[in-house]
Write a protein that binds this ligand. Structure first.
Ligand code: ZN
Length: 215
């Protein structure tokens, strides 16, 4: 798919990013890299560089802080993402959103398909659209296929909040942002979400702002 000469710029770009220590700069919406389908990973970065890149993604995700980060969000158009959610939320939130702890992991060339018809809508945000959140209705259960950072095949079911995270991050690799799927009438500044819409479910927000939730 990629000729060897095409591989030089991506590896060089990653080397350039890693030259500075610490978290990587996060690309904001408006940059075309967030709207282009990312290239499947097939060795464009050698094992050592891939390991260093994944570590930089992890550090950047933690610093943000966020529960997922896709390579295009640091300007690298490769199908690679990291996810991790310690899920520090009250029990009632955990219950309503299915937000259970998700250990750190690396998704390489992921894709997902819904399992069953159930959908749920919750507020969601993105490090590339800072300051805002909106309700996105998504399948509550998905099957994720792809591989890990060592090339081992992944074929796994995710449900609840982890299913939301893998969908959000995989969407980034297809050039899709959560606002593309959101109920736009739910769009709320972070402060408004904290002040008004911190309930375990967005039912009150749906009533007051005038948008529909999945039945
Ligand atoms: Zn995002």
């Amino acid at each position: 798919m990629s000729a060897p000469r095409d591989r030089v710029p991506l590896a060089a770009r990653v080397e350039q990013l890693l030259a500075a220590d610490g978290p990587l700069p996060i690309v904001a919406a408006g940059d075309p890299v967030l709207r282009q389908p990312a290239e499947p990973f097939d060795g464009q970065l050698d094992a050592g560089l891939l390991a260093r890149f994944v570590e930089a993604l992890r550090v950047t995700m933690h610093a943000a802080p966020g529960v997922g980060l896709a390579a295009p969000q640091v300007g690298v158009g490769l199908r690679i993402a990291v996810i991790e959610d310690p899920a520090p939320v009250p029990q009632e939130v955990r219950q309503a959103r299915g937000r259970v702890p998700l250990p750190f992991r690396v998704l390489v060339n992921p894709s997902y398909e819904p399992v069953g018809a159930a959908r749920a809508g919750f507020f969601e945000g993105c490090l590339s659209l800072p300051g805002w959140q909106a309700v996105v209705a998504r399948p509550t259960r998905v099957r994720l296929t792809g591989s890990d950072e060592y090339g081992r095949a992944v074929d796994e079911l995710f449900s609840g909040w982890p299913a939301r995270i893998v969908q959000h991050e995989t969407d980034h690799l297809d050039g899709v942002l959560y606002v593309d799927r959101a109920e736009l009438r739910s769009l709320s500044a972070n402060g408004a979400v904290a002040q008004r819409w911190a309930q375990p479910t967005p039912e009150a927000a749906a009533r007051e702002l005038g948008f529909a939730l999945p039945q």
